[in-house]
Design a protein around this ligand. Structure first.
Ligand code: SAM
Ligand code: SF4
Ligand code: SF4
Length: 341
């Protein structure tokens, strides 16, 4: 690990959880309109294309240095669609050099990856997660709100491998009656490829997707379906707090994961903070409001680190553990496309 000037006492939140992981949105705009995130009938075409309110690269660098001082060692760039942010490799290069950031990753819809993969790898990005909900071309197009083409994403995956990203993660959100039938074809396609496919339970994030519990296909159901076709055995987690339950194919064709955000919440090990492109901190995916970091950011790295330590020490979030409890009032919630998953 690179040497990093940590604050003397790394903060723990009200439930004893340290801050380890930062998801940083670099842009609020997206070129897709996935129905579970940013549906076209709720979010206008030109949404988020006004760049003025976004943190600059200089501000982002100070922000990440401050987070590293309060314990963050994993950084994931996200969006919106992060590849829409201009000069992203330049930002990656600056962030990859920050002491304490041992793991720099990005989540993308992959549509623009073919043209950017090499520059991102050269800049120091080492891990990429690509969202991929269907293989069948018409279904893929429909699920991206009529904006995406599966061939572009598959080309992005190939380009990423050629650029040096040896193993990618591929995330598929499964919705009952929408893309359940894509699960086995996706497994068949990526088994043995060295990439790791992960199935994610559809979540009630944001206010736009009209989520109902009946639309969730549980990880247990999916695991049984995959296991019936290609037998699996469970693997140990790489580290405490890993969100995906890992399984390997008995025949040696690699590994697969299941993220059970709804049926087996993992709030107890949630070490994540999220920051939107305009510098709002959200301590939970289901937060109603963010906390504006820009005033403290304006005072520099040390002031921001102290401010972050204070905010984190007052955190008590555990939404997924209490989801579904009776008599919860309707809640205001941050949109997924603002904080990036
Ligand atoms: N645009 C990029 C992408 O799609 O990978 C990054 C941002 S996107 C908000 C990050 C992740 O959130 C994606 O993998 C997407 O599938 C996931 N996501 C969005 N809405 C979701 C929901 N309602 N339930 C589960 N995952 C969701
Ligand atoms: Fe865009 Fe990603 Fe949301 Fe889809 S999931 S609309 S690609 S931000
Ligand atoms: Fe973390 Fe909030 Fe998700 Fe729980 S509900 S795992 S606290 S982001």
């Amino acid at each position: 690990m690179n040497a990093v000037l940590r604050t003397p006492e790394l903060p723990l939140d009200l439930r004893g959880r340290p801050l380890r992981d930062l998801r940083l949105s670099v842009i609020e705009a997206c070129n897709f309109r996935c129905g579970y995130c940013m549906p076209a009938d709720k979010v206008p075409d030109d949404y988020g294309l006004e760049a003025a309110s976004r943190l600059s690269f200089d501000q982002i660098e100070v922000l990440v240095r401050s987070f590293a001082r309060v314990g963050v060692n994993k950084l994931r760039l996200t969006g919106g669609e992060p590849l829409l942010r201009k000069r992203l490799p330049e930002l990656v290069e600056r962030l990859a050099r920050i002491p304490g950031i041992d793991d720099l990753a990005m989540t993308t819809n992959g549509s623009l990856l073919a043209r950017h993969a090499q520059a991102l790898h050269d800049a120091g990005l080492r891990r990429i997660t690509i969202s991929l909900d269907a293989l069948e071309p018409a279904r893929f197009a429909e699920m991206s709100g009529g904006r995406g083409q599966i061939d572009a994403v598959l080309a992005g995956i190939d380009a990423a491998r050629a650029a040096g990203f040896s193993s990618l993660k591929l995330n598929c959100v499964v919705q009952r009656g929408v893309n359940e039938d894509q699960v086995l074809p996706l497994v068949e396609h990526f088994r043995g490829s060295g990439h790791v496919l992960r199935f994610i339970e559809f979540m009630d994030v944001g206010t736009c997707n009209g989520w109902q519990s009946g639309q969730v296909v549980s990880s247990a159901t999916l695991r049984d379906r995959v296991h019936a076709r290609w037998p699996l055995h469970a693997l140990d987690a790489h580290y405490r707090g890993e969100v995906a339950e890992r399984h390997a194919f008995d025949d040696g064709a690699g590994e697969i994961g299941f993220v059970s955000s709804v049926t087996a919440p993992f709030c107890g090990d949630c070490h994540r903070a999220r920051v939107s492109a305009d510098g709002q901190l959200y301590t939970c995916l289901f937060s109603g409001a963010g906390s504006d970091l820009r005033p403290a950011l304006g005072q520099g790295e040390t002031a921001l680190a102290e401010h972050l330590a204070g905010l984190w020490s007052r955190r008590g979030d555990r939404y997924s553990e209490i989801r579904g409890q009776a008599a919860q009032p309707p809640r205001k919630r941050v949109e997924m496309f603002l904080i990036g998953g």
